[in-house]
Ligand binder design. Sequence first.
Ligand code: FAD
Ligand code: SIN
Length: 520
Amino acid sequence: MSQGGIVIIGAGIAGLSTALRLAPAKVTVLAGAPLGEGSATAWAQGGIASAIGPEDRPEFHAEDTVKAGAGLVDPKRALHLAQKAPGQITWLQKLGVEFDVDSHGQLALGREAAHGKHRIVHAGGDGTGAAVMQALIRLAQKTPSIHILTGWFAQDLRVENGAVTGIVLVNGVRRAVLSAEAVVLATGGIGQIYACTTNPGAACGDGLAMAARAGAEMADLEFVQFHPTALDIGKDPMPLLTEALRGDGAILVNSEGERFMRSEHELAELAPRDVVARAIWRQLQEGLRPVLDARECFASRAPDKFPLIREICLQAGIDPAHQPLPLAPAAHYHMGGVVVDEKGRSTLKGLWVCGEAACAFIHGANRLASNSLLEALVYSQNIAEDLAGKVFTGPPSLRQMPDIPNPDVENEKELRVELRRLMYDRLGLVREKEGMTEALKRFAEIASTLSPHTRLSSQLLVAGMITTCALMRLESRGAHFRLDYPKTSSIAKHTRLTFSSFRKNAASYLDAAWPVENAA
Ligand code: FAD
Ligand code: SIN
């Protein structure tokens, strides 16, 4: 076994909660960006789902989670998640997070799409993520067992004799290897490989590419959730207009003044996220430019309920109390990821995965809003408990490697724009075989021109794996909708993939093989 102790890659809610829960065991947290930056967690607006209202029960929360996931949620794990939720809220309160309360001093509970009850706990109105991150960072910085390493990005996992022994890091053209005995991958989502996304710059799937090349199993990669209401003001990433606005009465109206969600679903604006996102997409395709009318949320009722969104709108020259908000659906959350068991263990020895990078079979084909911060909290606890009994030999050591050749930055920038556009147009809300196959061919073509040691080549691999899984799923289910296979099959199956089965399957859609990439 190598030396190096526990290394956590990523410093969002998944990474920092795991580190704190492992204390006083020593851990190194590799944060690509300075703490608080580059993390989706800090941007979370809606809140954290927890069945704590007088008429709610964890069983109801689990049922809603299973229903939203369209046949692909493990009911036992959904129940475990829901049962653990109230304890996670208490843990965060002990860390100093001040959740919003109602006039009786009880936690104020919001409502979001496809939740049968009011059960979303939030802080600062629409500032839950920022409040949670502040508390986690404050405590992590004060905890002597946590060593934070910034500046380096993880690029690959080192594997010897079937077990993880270290991480290849990059910093510009510099490379190094950090030794590790146990790695917790907490690198977040993939939204940034799409042209329209709510995700921060670091969310480009590095973790999935690393885990895949190292041999870990992936599942359900084709399920990418689009948030229906991202503010369309030409910004990248696009600011989110939280679903809580619709929970608070905001409505969707098209350019002809029609409240189109009424004819789409009995729950209208509070229908499941994929239903609302596709309805908006269709309106956009028909040139009927939909908007979110949230004037009442900002004007008469509670002007300070959504301070972050108000500020974002005002900065863009829109007064949300008097003007409707232009919107478009944007890639928001990845349901698929690295397969993990109840303890957060991947199929690769020495690798645990937490947060959005993992696929714990809790969100299925469509995640229920405000369940992802919760999943990261619950699994950080499970992982910490699993690692607690193990003995590690020592702190990680950093060994320099030869520099990588200077990348062609300008060319890569252009190729990245093309990748993101192809993903949004061909692997977005509506998919079909021809468009996806063309995209896959182009991804392989670009990948064959690049050195495997670039972030772009990892992004192409992630795009290639998502596309292959989407081609393999010959049905429509949850977030995955195919024009050529519009029906949902009676049997719900997971799509499982390893790097070698990806290459085999991709080759069946390509005229050539996917370029070989091995873990460094
Ligand atoms: P992140 O918080 O994204 O953290 C990932 C970390 O990994 C970052 O520190 C990043 O810098 C680091 N990293 C990435 N790649 C590398 C690398 N190669 N090397 C080193 N470090 C790396 N969910 C809810 O439950 N409720 C909500 O209200 C909610 N609102 C949301 C609003 C927005 C705008 C967005 C984008 C998402 C929202 N979500 C919400 C989803 C939720 O925020 C995320 O799923 C969750 O925060 C993911 O946490 P994480 O720790 O896995 O990843
Ligand atoms: C939102 O606030 O609409 C996003 C919540 C989530 O993605 O869970």
